[in-house]
Design a protein. Sequence first.
Length: 419
Amino acid sequence: MELLAPAGNIEKLETVYRYGADAAYIGIGNFSLRSRAENFGGGDGRRIEEIKGGRKLYAALNIYFHDKDLADLERNLEVFTEYPFDAFIISDIGALPLLKRTFPGMEYHLSTQANCINSDAAKLYADMGFSRIIPGRELSLEEIAQLKKAVPELEIETFIHGAMCLAYSGRCFLSSWMSDRSANQGDCSHSCRWNYRLMEDRSPALAEGSMALEEKKRPGEYYPVMEGDGYTTIMSSKDICMIDHMQELYDAGVDSVKIEGRMKSLYYAAMVTRAYRKEIDRVSGRDPGLTSPEDTRPYKDELYKVSHREFSTGFYFGTGEISQPNEISYARSHMFLGTIGGEISPGRHILHVKNQIRNNDILEYIGPDVLFIQDRDFIIYNQNGEKVDQADHGKYYEIESSAEIDEGFIVRKEVQPSS
C-alpha cells in the first residue's frame, strides 16, 4: 500500500519524503485545484530529482479545462518536462490527448473530481489509458472493495486524511456564487466554512415564513436555508481521519492512500505523514517492530497536536458523521516553531525559525522515528555567533541543543488548546 502525501513547495516535498511518504503530489502553475498554494513553476527540477530518490512524484493537473486553459497548458508543457514525474492526475479527459502526445510513456491517474463511482465507468477509463482511479469520495469502503474486485487491473487510490468537501465529488459552485472564485478552477474560497447567522421571516428582506443565512462579514446578503441556529458553520464537514481503519483499507485492496493538504503547514505534513507511515507499516507487516495497535498509538495521538477540525470517517462507513454540523473550527495543542537544518559543529545546527522562539520556551524536537524529545537547556546564536534571548522568523540562527537532534527535525512547543 502506497502512502501518498501533499507538497505545496519544495521544502514540504523534502519533508514528506523524509517522514515516510512513498510518493508525493504537487501542482504546477495554475493547472491544479489548489491554485493558491505556492505550487511549482520550473527551475527546480534538478533539485527535486535529488530529493526524490527512488520515490514517486505525481503532478496534479485536475482543474476543468476551458479551451483557453488547454491552449495555456500546451504553451507551458516544456515546464513539465523539467520534473521527474511518474504520473499525471487529471479530471478532465479533454487534456488526455495533448498529454499523451507529449508524454507517451506517462501513467495517468483519474482524479476524484471525475466522479468515477462504478466498475463500468472504471473499465472505460482503463480503456482510455488510465492506470489508477481515485473514486468519488461518496463511495463506502464496501463499494471501494467491490470496485477493486471488479477491475483488478486498475490501481485504487483513496483519501484518508484531511478536509472533506460537501459538494458531490468536490464539484462545488458555492465559491463562484458567493465570492466569484471558482472551486473547479482551483480557486475555492471555502465558503462552506464561513460563519453564518440564521435570519427568520421577521427580517423585512425575507418573505413570510422563510429563513435564510447571512454571512457574518456580508450583512444584507441572504442565502436561503431550512435549518440553522446562530453563527455556525453548518455547511462545513468534519475532516477525514482513517488512521484507525488502515487494516480495513488494506484488506479492501486499496493500492494507495492519500493525504489532503497541499496548503497545510510543513508541520502538519510531517506529523500526518509520519503517523500513517507507522500504521501502514504495522498492518502490512513491513516493520516487524510494530505488531499491535498500541505500538503505533503514540504516533496516532500526535495527529491531535496539529491544527485540525473535528475528525470523522467521511463516507467510508455511512454519511451520519459527515452531515453533522461542526461547531469547532480548529483545535491544536502545540505550535510549530521551526525546523533543524544542517549541523555546523557537534551538537550545533542551523535553526530555521517559522514562529518566534524564546530562551525560556520548552522545546520539543520531532523526527521521522523520534516521537518527541523535550529540551529546556538550548542556546540560540545569531549570525554573528552571539547568544540571543529569542529568535524571529526571517533571520539566520543556530541552535545548540542538550538533546540529540538531526537535520529535518521539527521544532514545536506546547500551547493552550484553541477552539
